[in-house]
Design a protein around this ligand. Structure first.
Ligand SMILES: [Zn+2]
Length: 354
């Protein structure tokens, strides 16, 4: 290995399970991360510093001031400029390690584009914040026969599970067939009941909790990239940084699993219709994929009729009091100020078109 590279990664090379050959292998490896919030930023930071040779980051959102408390790659200026997280993360990570390839993609991963965005990578990483996308990742990973790592965090608590298709339990084995055994103590190790009700927008989240779970996920990722699979996967690991409670529960494969046994990929086959989802406390997101918008032209057209038009090359934002609309080049929009999907749909139709 090149002496400068050896020096850079020397403390990791000294670790017996990695060594010089393992480091070389990491530098030649790659992974795709979906979601770049609290978990995703902490995870990407660790993996890029560790020398994972190529990291693709897919994220649909932009940086806001409320992200800065825990999303460790972002700075105040990113929030002021409302930069897409994928763009801000790519910039920061390139400055951290110019010797690896970081590719930030501003995209909303859904059934139609999931395999296109994930294909070609030997590892898929979960930095998302919702179960719909996680079950989609699970379906896609099994269909592509690629390992993936589930992770979730809320309040002071988080969980992670490494899935090796056909070898270990998948997310559907763990969550769709009831709670895993040996876990009637505290919150569900799977996070399903809690995850279904509590979100970071309702009960908050500690950066410390995200940091712990992202660290476990990063270690699992490095093991998988080095094919050290004897100790990877099959255990649902949870950690509560407030109570100090730690659990590591073996999850058995479900012999009747919808996804990894019967290969029913219902999330991947998904709907073809534009979808609406709630995001945050008072926002609706309209998913309108594959509809390229000329944001600058749209901004000029809207300027006479709406307030505070801002456009930064990645997104267009304007106000229609009491609402605020943020529109992306792929046709997506986030309408802030309502939880009513019909209001959101109507505003979209009025200002962006149908
Ligand atoms: Zn399964």
């Amino acid at each position: 290995m090149d002496p400068k590279l050896y020096e850079r990664y020397s403390r990791q090379i000294l670790f017996a399970e990695i060594g010089e050959a393992g480091q070389q292998r990491l530098l030649e490896s790659s992974a795709v991360l979906v979601g770049c919030g609290a978990l995703g930023t902490a995870l990407a930071n660790l993996l890029v510093r560790a020398g994972v040779g190529r990291l693709r980051i897919v994220d649909r959102d932009f940086v806001e001031p409320s992200n800065l408390q825990r999303q460790t790659l972002f700075e105040e200026s990113d929030a002021q400029e409302a930069l897409p997280k994928a763009v801000a993360a790519e910039r920061r990570l390139r400055a951290i390690n110019s010797g690896v390839v970081v590719e930030g993609l501003v995209a909303d991963l859904g059934p139609k584009n999931a395999e296109e965005l994930l294909r070609g990578f030997p590892l898929i990483l979960d930095g998302t914040d919702n179960f719909e996308t996680r079950f989609l990742l699970n379906d896609a990973a099994i269909h592509l026969n690629v390992p993936w790592i589930y992770a979730a965090v809320v309040a002071s608590y988080g969980v992670t599970l490494t899935v090796r298709p056909g070898q270990t339990a998948c997310l559907a084995c763990a969550l769709e067939s009831g709670a895993p055994s040996g876990n009637d103590d505290g919150p569900s190790a799977a996070g399903a009941p809690a995850g279904a009700e509590d979100t970071c927008d309702t009960v908050g989240v500690l950066g410390a909790a995200a940091g712990v779970i992202a660290s476990i996920e990063a270690a699992e990722a490095i093991k998988l990239l080095l094919s050290k699979t004897d100790s990877a996967g099959g255990r649902l690991v949870s950690f509560d940084v407030w109570s100090g409670r730690f659990q590591s529960v073996r999850v058995a494969r479900n012999p009747d699993c919808r996804a990894c046994v019967h290969r029913d990929f219902r999330y991947l086959e998904g709907d073809a219709q534009p979808r609406l989802t709630m995001c945050g406390r008072d926002s609706v997101q309209i998913h309108e994929r594959r509809r390229q918008l000329d944001l600058a032209a749209l901004g000029r057209r809207l300027t006479p009729t709406v307030a505070e038009v801002r456009e930064n090359g990645f997104l267009l934002r304007f106000r229609v009091p009491p609402y605020e609309m943020t529109v992306f080049a792929d046709g997506r929009a986030i309408i802030k100020g309502t939880r009513d999907t019909s209001v959101a749909r109507s505003l979209y139709a009025r200002y962006i078109g149908t």
